[in-house]
Design a protein around this ligand. Structure first.
Ligand SMILES: *[C@@H]1O[C@H](CO)[C@@H](O)[C@H](O)[C@H]1NC(C)=O
Ligand SMILES: *[C@@H]1O[C@H](CO)[C@@H](O)[C@H](O)[C@H]1NC(C)=O
Ligand SMILES: *[C@@H]1O[C@H](CO)[C@@H](O)[C@H](O)[C@H]1NC(C)=O
Length: 477
């Protein structure tokens, strides 16, 4: 715990001048990319490549988002909904819906999302950049139970903003006047070889400590990567009623929140940020980090997807959730809709991959990783051409999501090899939040001015659609 306290204290000193501590945290970069929403659509290029995904996702980031993820194509995106123009990564999570008393459901607006790029590492570990083609996920769209000792469960949580109370592993039992914040903390140890393995098995949580600590990486996944932490802010100012919130998966309890990431930073750029060290330990103050400062933008909310791949009303009011997603949770088990037939199709054939990670390759290896020394300053990958196709083993486990109930479970991902996971899940958070500099906390997240009429009718009639939003929840991490 001393480590955790030290960590927070050092970061507290950062705003002034950091000393490099024994864990190097004083010089480690730490920044947050903020996003306006990009699209809500039944696509998932990781779990349901080239098809229609089982449930609706809310997607932010690069406009090249589509039915497949191809690093080279991601770099051609016309825009990004991020506040960093060169970050063409995509970040997605399930779409939140609201059950109405008359039996209809409608989409709940994402106000904005934050992605924390955190450095959490053990003594002696060096953080390696995400290679081109890298993708990962955390969480399980089918999870119906909660085990706080399991990092894949503990990594999913909620903060109810605008009221006091602890964070919770399930939906809060009240409405959240200043947004419901759904949170996911990604595994941060990598096998150093694969850009993807079925069930995201190429990444793992630390083998020591908490899911969000900096405990040692397991031998199976020895390479330390940045710790990604998503905060998805959904409008939640409604007259609370149990069961009114429902994820696109059909889950009314909240355990099925999950999150996906596809790497879309320019090849080598993360290393440039790492090399800036403490200058980029800025949390929200991206303008103080030179490699990011030169690429900031405030018009991410104007970004739209380059291509409309699917025609489906996912906004509503709808008679039921899109896809084969009967509602479940509490005493209601997850079931399939009887005789469900998927009728939604892609508007045009999915593109072919250009980077060697073909549609049916479950694992795409890269030249990065095991062969390069962990602290080498070389670019993460010489080029996308170095990515080779790997055997398509296990592909069936990732392709089942294209027709509703078959979505693969990520429950088996990344079990730590040690059982030393503590029961307190967020020891460093409070110290961190106290220590951050509120002056750096203004994010310019442009929220699209047009929003669906179906979702702008808030029950409390509050003003919505602010063009710029000041962070109220500064510095949770
Ligand atoms: C059901 O309620 C929603 C939310 O109030 C409303 O938008 C929708 O029009 C209603 N639908 C019907 C068929 O009454
Ligand atoms: C909870 O998770 C821990 C760590 O993964 C595991 O060892 C334990 O068996 C799980 N408990 C249950 C009841 O599944
Ligand atoms: C769902 O996928 C299975 C296996 O790929 C296939 O046999 C079945 O026809 C699909 N069902 C629908 C409704 O598309």
């Amino acid at each position: 715990m001393l480590v955790k306290l030290l960590f927070g204290t050092l970061y507290g000193a950062l705003a002034v001048k950091a000393d490099a501590g024994p864990y190097g945290v004083g010089t480690d970069p730490f920044w947050v990319v903020s996003h306006a929403p990009l699209t809500s659509v039944r696509l998932d290029p990781i779990v349901s490549p080239a098809g229609i995904s089982g449930h609706t996702h809310q997607v932010v980031g690069g406009s090249a988002f589509g039915p497949v993820y191809d690093y080279a194509a991601s770099q051609q995106a016309k825009c990004t909904s991020a506040n960093v123009a060169i970050d063409k990564s995509n970040y997605w999570a399930p779409q939140l819906y609201r059950n109405h008393p008359n039996g209809t459901v409608s989409l709940v607006k994402l106000t904005y999302a934050n992605t924390y790029y955190l450095t959490r590492k053990a003594d002696g570990e060096t953080v390696v950049p995400f290679p081109p083609g890298f993708r990962m996920l955390v969480g399980d769209p089918n999870r119906q139970t909660y085990n706080e000792s399991d990092p894949t469960n503990a990594a999913i949580s909620y903060a109810c903003l605008g009221v006091s109370g602890p964070e919770t592993p399930a939906f809060p039992t009240q409405s959240c006047p200043s947004n419901l914040r759904a949170q996911a903390f990604f595994p941060h140890c990598w096998d150093g070889i694969n850009n993807w393995l079925p069930n995201s098995a190429h990444v793992a949580f630390s083998s020591e400590g908490n899911y969000n600590g900096g405990g040692k990486c397991p031998d199976s996944h020895p390479k330390r990567i940045m710790s990604l932490f998503y905060e998805w802010h959904y409008e939640d100012d409604f007259e609370y009623e149990a069961g009114a919130r429902v994820w696109a998966t059909g889950d009314t309890v909240g355990y099925s929140f999950h999150a996906d990431f596809t790497m879309g930073w320019p090849d080598g750029y993360m290393q440039t940020i790492f090399d800036a060290g403490e200058n980029c330990a800025v949390e929200f103050g991206l303008n103080k980090c030179p490699p990011l400062a030169s690429h900031l933008q405030s018009n991410g909310g104007d970004c739209v997807v380059d291509k409309n791949w699917v025609d489906e009303d996912v906004v509503g009011p709808l008679s039921k959730l899109p896809g084969n997603n009967a509602e479940w949770g509490g005493s209601t088990p997850k079931t399939s809709i009887p005789n469900y037939v998927e009728t939604v199709k892609l508007n045009s054939p999915a593109p072919t991959y250009t980077d060697g990670c073909s549609l049916d390759s479950a694992a795409c290896s890269t030249s990065v990783g095991s062969s390069s020394p962990p602290n080498s300053a070389t670019s993460p990958s010489s080029s996308t051409s170095s990515i080779s196709s790997a055997p398509a083993s296990g592909v069936s486990s990732i392709s089942g999501g294209s027709n509703g109930s078959g979505s693969s479970s990520a429950a088996s991902i990344s079990k730590p090899t040690s059982s030393s996971i503590g029961s307190t899940s967020t020891p460093s958070k409070s110290s961190m939040s106290k220590s951050t500099n509120p002056g750096g906390g203004e994010t310019l997240v442009a929220v699209p001015s047009s929003s669906s009429s179906a979702i702008s009718k808030g029950s409390c009639g509050r003003k919505r659609g602010m063009k710029r939003r000041r962070r109220r929840d500064n510095g949770q991490y």
